[in-house]
Design a protein around this ligand. Structure first.
Ligand code: PSV
Ligand code: MN
Length: 456
């Protein structure tokens, strides 16, 4: 590639597709001009020129077809992993409402996820949670998923629902409990091998509720020890994504409370470990885009759990509460990956629990919101932004971002879907399909439940 075109490729955002692991997007665009992904808002057709407040002119003539093509191709190749647990009944500690037709087991969750993939064309992987999704025959699960047109993505160990975990799992004071937790993660690594997944996504509920309950530094050292044992068991090429969360279920302290702790441990473990940012796992007011930018620059960002929040870890539809924040996160992703010579692998996953809303439609809505945020980030005029930054033009720079954020990208996304042979409106297509009514008839409510939530 590089010999004919010595310039850095215009976009290094890594994407996944059905053909397997990370696929560098820049290979697609190596022959396009460097400014290709520095797309202005005038890429999208406008009826007439409009003056902006800072005197720049938006023009319908500005869209070179190759620029529009590059954005369309980027949108088509940007894939999102959906979580098995988002298709089953789940709820709060107050009540789990049953949704008619909600998936009751892994096969039904995979079927629903496969429908989301058929409708959007960009969700070929499904994350699983063990033991919620435990099966005896993983080879059969793998081929069933393949028949449906999807495959298993990240394997998530569950280190929070055993009686033994009252005082923690990997940090527990009792070495026997720590060993039990390690054994469970090793079992997940084995499952990942059997289903051809290369990702273990690890979140700990470990923490304490009262000052003095345990020795905080001792817990940290226990965690380092158990994680080292887990890391050593990873297959070559497998990744360990370390997810943090500032509170809940523990209320005084959480052993992996923030990105700095996850970063420190991932660094100590080695290159197969990376940080996973769940967008619902921060205190109010935290600047997510800043965290993402920092981790990207350190090449320590491994993936996302997307969802949205208003108060705590609310697990609401991605972008439903703070769409500008979601856009700013994607702006950092596009900016960083455009300027780096080596594309980082980042897994874009949804982690939602739908309490009162229909599961499949909520998942579709999240996928659409993620695509919108990504498309808008691709439209940021990075040249104008850099100029405004260099000139100390605070509001000019802000308006460059606002311009992209306020662009209506629906026509662009609809075109991308049509080119993929899909309905331009996946939610309308889902509503027309009769799938929801069919599963409501064919899947009677299960008493035992399909998710890890009590009463589900
Ligand atoms: C914890 O709140 C979390 O975000 C972790 O990713 C869990 O595995 C997931 O939610 C499922 O409840
Ligand atoms: Mn999560």
């Amino acid at each position: 590639m590089g010999s004919e075109n010595p310039r850095p490729p215009p976009c290094q955002l890594q994407v996944h597709d059905d053909r397997g692991p990370a696929y560098p997007l820049f290979l697609l665009f190596q022959s396009l001009p460097l400014h290709v992904l520095c797309i202005k808002e005038d890429l999208l057709k406008r009826e007439q020129d409009q003056p902006t407040e800072d005197g720049a002119r938006l023009t319908s003539q500005g869209l070179a077809s190759e620029e529009r093509r590059a954005v369309l191709e980027a949108i088509k190749r940007f894939t999102i992993e959906t979580p098995s647990w988002g298709y089953g009944d789940s709820g709060t500690r107050f009540k789990v409402f049953h949704w008619p037709g909600a998936a009751r087991n892994l096969r039904e969750k995979l079927a629903d996820a496969a429908l989301v993939h058929r409708l959007t064309g960009v969700c070929p992987r499904v994350a699983i949670h063990i033991p919620w999704d435990k099966e005896d025959d993983w080879a059969a699960v793998k081929s069933y998923a393949a028949e449906l047109g999807v495959r298993i993505g990240a394997v998530n160990p569950n280190l929070f629902q055993d009686e033994e975990y009252r005082f923690g799992s990997l940090c527990h004071p009792d070495p026997a409990v720590r060993q039990r937790a390690v054994k469970h993660v090793l079992e997940c690594i084995q499952i990942a091998r059997e289903v051809d997944s290369d990702t273990i996504s690890l979140w700990l509920a470990d923490g304490t509720n009262y000052p003095g309950q345990d020795d905080l530094r001792a817990r940290k050292r226990r965690l380092e020890e158990t994680l080292t044992e887990i890391y050593a068991a990873l297959a070559p090429g497998m990744r360990l994504l370390i997810e943090y969360k500032f509170f809940e279920p523990a209320f005084y302290h959480t052993d992996l409370a923030d990105w700095g702790m996850a970063y420190t441990l991932a660094r100590k473990l080695g290159p197969q470990a990376r940080v996973l940012v769940d967008t619902g796992h921060h205190p109010q007011g935290t600047n997510l885009a800043h965290i993402v930018a920092f981790l990207l620059d350190e090449d320590m960002l491994g993936g996302f759990h997307f969802n949205d929040r208003r108060y705590a870890d609310d697990d609401l539809i991605v972008g439903s509460q703070h769409p500008f924040e979601l856009f700013l996160v994607f702006n950092e992703l596009v900016a960083a990956t455009t300027s780096q010579s080596q594309a980082p692998r980042i897994d874009y996953m949804i982690d939602q629990s739908h309490n009162i809303e229909p599961k499949i439609e909520a998942m579709l809505q999240s996928v659409l919101h993620i695509q919108s945020a990504y498309a808008r980030a691709l439209l940021v005029d990075r040249r104008r932004l850099a100029e405004a930054q260099a000139a100390g033009d605070v509001l000019g720079a802000y308006r460059v971002l606002r311009d992209a954020f306020e662009t209506d990208v629906r026509p662009l996304l609809a075109q991308a879907r049509e080119e993929m042979g899909l309905d331009p409106d996946p939610i309308a297509a889902f509503r027309r399909s009769g799938y929801a009514e069919e599963v409501a008839r064919s899947r009677p409510a299960s008493k035992s439940g399909a998710s890890g939530y009590p009463g589900a």
